[in-house]
Structure formats: C-alpha cells, structure tokens
Design a binder for this molecule. Sequence first.
Ligand SMILES: [Mg+2]
Ligand SMILES: [Zn+2]
Length: 438
Amino acid sequence: MKAVIMAGGRGKRIASLDSSIPKPMFRLCGKPILEYQLQWLKKQEIDEVILVTGYLGHVIREYFGDGTGAAPEGGRNIGIPLKYINEESPLGTAGALYYLKDTMKEDFLLINGDIIFDIDLERFYKAHQTFGGLATILTHPNDHPFDSGIIEADEKGLVRKWLHKEDKRKWYGNRVNAGIHILSPGLFLHAERRGLFKQPQRVDLDREILRPLIEDRQLYAYMSPEYVKDMGTPERYRMVERDLLKGKVEKRNLSRRQKAVFLDRDGTMNEYRGYIRTPEDLVLLPGTGKAVKRLNESGYLVIVVTNQPVIARGELTEEQLREIHDRMETLLGEQGAYVDDIFYCPHHPDGGFPGEVASLKIPCSCRKPEPGMLLKAADKYNIDLKNSWMAGDSERDMRAGKAAGCHTAGVGGLQNADFTCGSLAEFVDFLLGREEGD
Ligand SMILES: [Mg+2]
Ligand SMILES: [Zn+2]
C-alpha cells in the first residue's frame, strides 16, 4: 500500500509558535510531526510515501531526503522511498491528487500532515474492504465538535450526511473526520466525471471529492476511539505533547488491550425521569460533563450501555432514540467531553403492549442484567473487561457488570457494588485518583 501525506499546510493558528517552518515540521518532544507519521508508516510496511508539500516545502525535503539513502545533514533517514509533489501555488487539500491519478492503481492511504496518531491500520483497511465504497474516512468523537465538521453514518458505516462548520445544527452526534482516509482508485474516475482533475487546479478534498460520494453511496465512515489529534491551537499542541510523553498515543491503538468505563445512562449520566421520549427530556446531571471529560483524558474508553425497552414496545423508534443520543453528545461536547460509543438493547421480553414491535419482544442476551452489550463492546474494541468498570444506579447494572467480569460502581449510594458513591463525578475522582497513586 502507498500513502500520501498532505504536508502543505501553513498552520496559521499555531504559527505564533514558529513561523519559519511548515506546520508538519513542528516539533513535539523534539521530533517533527511528520517524522512520527513516517515512522508509523514504516511500521505498517508501506511501500512508498508521497509527500505533497507547498509552503516552505524545501524544509521538509531537506530533512527527509529521498527516504532511503543516507540521512540528510541534520535530518532523518526514514527507510521508506519518499516522493515529493511540490505545489508552486496552493492546490487546496486535494488538487495535488491530479498528479497521482494515473499512477495510483490500488487502495491508498491519505493522511493530513498535521496530526499525531496511532491506529491499527489492518483493522481500518479490513473495514474499508468490507464497506466496499470508494472512500472510507476514519472518524472519531473529539473534544470540540461544536466547531468541527460532523459526519453522520448509519450502523453499517454508510455516510448519510456531512455537516460542515457553517451548516446549521441542533442536536448532533459527535463524529468527526480525523484526517486519515483510505481511498480506492475508482475515486479519480468519479471526480473526473464531475469535471475535476482535467488540469492542476485547486480542489477541496472534503467538499469536492468526498462529500459528492454520499449521493452515490460510496462514502463510508470507520468509527475509531484511537488517538488522533490535530493541533489547531497552541493549547491543543501542548496537550498532545503531554500525551506523547505519557505514552497515551500508542496505548489507544486497538491492537492493544483497552480498558473501559461502561456507563448506564438514566440516573447515572442524566436525570432519572422515567422513560425518555424526546431529546429535551434528557438533562445531564451536574458534574457529568466534567467527569466524562476526565475519563476521556485518562486511558479509559467511555461506553454507554442502556436498556431501551421503549423500542420493543413501539413507544420510540430507533431514529428518535438516535436524536436523544445526539442531544446527549451535543451537551457533552459543549463541555469538551464525549462518549466513545453507545450500545442499547431494544428488546423486551413481555408482550401485550399496543403498538409493540413483535420481532423485538424476545428474551435476549443484551438486556441488562445480561452482560451482552459489554461483551459486544469488548469484542469490538479489544477491551480487557477485568480492568474495566461498570457504573450505574441500579441492581441490573451491577449484575451486568459482574457477569462481564468488570468492577462495579454503584452511583446514587447503590450498595452491592465494589465501590459505592453519590455521583459519577465521585466515582471518577476515586478511579483516577487511584490510578495516579499506582
Ligand atoms: Mg439507570
Ligand atoms: Zn437486548
């Protein structure tokens, strides 16, 4: 597989740190961002990397050379053949693909040159092959969804909608383009049919190449909780540097065992108000945003597991439930917090409700106190359940947690748990305080 890195970014917002080098050459812990990326690509046994450079592109070339020979003076030999496309005038985020349209005959990786990441490529590529579209975007929840483009995909990964920063939004799921894509060569033909790539010209990857694929059902999103961060501001840049120092970046790679905090929803994250039927019914408990944010910054994945028998009873459609969860993610996002995934059980064992959905009126293995949702999440994200926690406010949650082999936290003073606490915030204080003490 080949990889293309878009390394022409100027990084105006963090130029205050150093304006004499292009953004991909900004150093974290003494090493340029691009060097982290290229070392990761080397580990993936990538055959060749094409670096698209622009502003101050010579700085990049002088540092990495052709990638195979001796290291350039003061630079680095990466050990993968490197090619350069230097843009005389800026061609946007995809204009340089014009130069690759006749040589890219296989699926390839396209990476933004200003992100620090570590992902399980094999898993990502398998997903792309299973989806079968022309492009798969790696998406993730981030800590500033309110000023990010939002991607909406169905349960099979097919992208249904893409809201750009300027598009109106009310309640939205926190699913953002992370800047890593797998593209199939058929994409060039798709773009050419729309009049692009006839000559070198400015092209916007998101708006002109990827978004038009939605209509033809050729764009997929691969959701990943792995570490991928952009450094748009000096604050974010310093945070990434701290994360690198703590080893957090590689720990999130899904080829490694993960640990998670599973959260019950009603009464644990949001006010208990009986069954929640509209987005406005969902009101976060005080302290939830901050507690979840602290978990996000720790090594734990945050996964919601909730029983939703209202679906089986026909009182709520899955689409309506999605809106309720969109509101939850919007409210969390406003506080810089996010959940990595949400699992729900739509089943209910007893029949006899008017309007019920017969196919869901079954005894299942996912309705808590059964541990099915936790087991499914563990399988999906390589989670070590013994190192994970289930936090909830009911006996059912505790039994599901125990059955899955997790530690349990009883919120709202619930007994019969490994740790009893008043609130989620109290549990997180205990859990993370304990980690720091380790
Ligand atoms: Mg509850
Ligand atoms: Zn179920």
